[in-house]
Design a protein around this ligand. Structure first.
Ligand SMILES: [Fe+2]
Length: 281
């Protein structure tokens, strides 16, 4: 992957399309509620933007979206926070998959030779290209969900690293994987990992909160999978109501100081997404 700013997973058109589906309204109903023509709404969903700031504000109102964040997306200036305060190191492993990019994350003590791996990407070959050389072993592998772009490389990872405990959401069908009890922290070396069941994008989906046992006051890491992205949310392929409910629950349960490591797009913080994310309102 090339260096440089990491693009958001979704732009304005994607966010409007997801918000429309979430609302359950037809295009015509949103047009009537917002005073924006159906043609302009459909054009925006097709990435042909002809919406002024006032129209985007009215769409935000009709679709119950955060208008500051939606306006920032319209201007191509969605803000991203500085990532600070983690008492351990996080290595995002960004891998191309089809037309998109998916993220896996290694988490461990800075400079340590062992780390925890969250998602594995679609192949070990892609993962290995991004792998920090000093990480030689894994204390655990944690899958957010079993889609190929996030879990497809699991067998190769296991072949490379040998016997490593693998955790996956209940019902995900990952052979040999263990499941974690929701909300109960489990220790892996000096790290504590807590799993949350967060169906919506798919039925079997987990998010993970990672904290340091050595520095419990440091910011935790929230591995969000395809529940929450910087500036957007995952597609609700299983259930839009469930995804909205789980997002709302995570915004309450997870500390605002948490750094968010999403399955796609750049890292962010929960406090920042609460302030700007169109779907966090
Ligand atoms: Fe994904």
């Amino acid at each position: 992957m090339t260096a440089g700013p990491i693009p958001l997973e979704d732009e304005l058109g994607d966010v409007l399309e997801k918000a429309l589906r979430r609302s359950g309204f037809s295009d015509e109903e949103v047009a009537a509620r917002s005073g924006v023509t159906v043609g302009k709404i459909r054009d925006a969903i097709d990435y042909r933007y002809d919406l002024d700031a006032a129209e985007v504000r009215r769409l935000a109102g009709a679709l119950k979206l955060n208008e500051v964040g939606l306006g920032a997306l319209r201007e191509g200036r969605y803000p991203l926070p500085e990532i600070t305060g983690l008492p351990f190191c996080v290595w995002p492993l960004r891998m191309r998959h089809g037309v998109g990019v998916s993220n896996a994350y290694l988490v461990g003590e800075c400079g340590g030779s062992e780390a925890l791996l969250f998602d594995v990407g679609s192949s070990f070959e892609l993962l290995a290209r991004e792998w920090p050389a000093h990480v030689k072993s894994l204390g655990g592998v944690f899958l957010t969900h079993a889609e190929p772009e996030h879990a497809g490389g699991l067998r190769e990872v296991m072949g490379h690293f040998g016997r490593v405990p693998v955790f996956a959401p209940v019902g995900s069908g990952v052979a040999g994987a263990l499941s974690m009890q929701e909300g109960r922290p489990q220790s892996f070396g000096r790290m504590a990992v807590t799993s949350y069941d967060t169906p919506g994008h798919v039925e079997a989906h987990s998010c993970y909160l990672v904290a340091s046992g050595a520095a419990p006051r440091g910011a935790p890491l929230f591995v969000a999978g395809d529940l929450l992205f910087a500036g957007s949310v995952g597609g609700a392929y299983h259930c839009r109501h469930e995804l909205a409910r789980q997002l709302e629950r995570m915004l309450e349960v997870i500390p605002a100081a948490a750094v968010v490591a999403p399955g796609h797009g750049p890292m962010t913080t929960l406090a920042h997404e609460r302030r700007f994310n169109p779907f966090c309102i």
